[in-house]
Design a binder for this molecule. Structure first.
Ligand code: ZN
Length: 243
């Protein structure tokens, strides 16, 4: 069965900057959605300026995995919508893929519980992404490393909790390194952070970048038939002898 993906994008840079609109004529979300459709996923898109940012309970209820790209307008995302997304991840098991500058989004910092701060430089240098966990499903079909010719640099320290699994590490021409493919579990939901994707470079047209995001969607999708956890005070399952 196809995985139902909602691709969320802030969608501001593309409207304001003709150079970025030229790289992403359908928006960043359009390019990400195209890559996911190529991989056989069922894709819808949503963006910041729609009512409730396009993320109503109904939309989230029919979303297996949500992807998130934001940058200049993190502060405009309503707290009620952030809480709703968090609930769908933690209680509902919806997968969440956080991309690039989404490291500073309300939803990611809230789920991580840390600042998610990092070093950065916008010089259009080469990024080399190394697969450090080749047996992981997100690495399927990738070479040991691949290059993105022009990207923004993100460098360590990246203030995140240690990932459950670190799948990829990036090296930059200027010398920095970065944990660029990070897996987490929060409640019933799986979360993947993937670094590449600065708005002024055509990164989401890159075949290996598209492969990573498509694999991540498949990995983060909820497990069919998974038992729902129960919490709170309980009666014993067996008689407590001698009590
Ligand atoms: Zn950026």
């Amino acid at each position: 069965m196809a995985i139902r993906v909602t691709v969320w994008n802030e969608y501001r840079h593309e409207k304001r900057n003709p150079r970025i609109a030229q790289i992403y004529p359908e928006g960043i979300h359009g390019a990400i959605a195209a890559g996911l459709r190529e991989a056989g996923h069922e894709v819808a898109t949503a963006s910041l300026d729609e009512p409730e940012h396009g993320l109503t309970d109904e939309v989230l209820a029919r979303t297996d995995v949500l992807t998130w790209w934001g940058h200049m307008a993190h502060g405009e995302v309503q707290d009620a919508v952030v809480a709703r997304v968090q609930r769908h991840v933690v209680d509902g098991g919806m997968g969440l893929i956080v991309l690039h500058s989404g490291h500073y989004s309300k939803i990611f910092t809230r789920l991580m519980g840390s600042t998610c701060n990092l070093k950065w430089r916008e010089a259009g240098e080469r990024e080399r992404v190394w697969v450090v966990e080749p047996g992981h499903p997100i690495a399927a079909g990738l070479p040991e490393h691949f290059e993105i010719e022009h990207e923004e640099m993100y460098g360590e320290r990246f203030d995140i909790p240690a990932p459950d699994t670190l799948v990829m590490v990036s090296w930059f021409q200027g010398g920095e390194v970065f944990r660029s493919g990070c897996c987490y579990t929060r409640g019933r939901g799986r979360i993947f952070y993937f670094r590449p994707g600065h708005e002024s470079f055509p990164t989401y047209h890159h075949p290996h970048v598209r492969k990573v995001i498509a694999n991540a969607v498949a990995w983060a999708a909820p497990t069919a038939g998974a038992p729902a956890p129960e919490f709170g005070n309980r009666k014993p399952l067996e008689p407590l002898a001698g009590m």
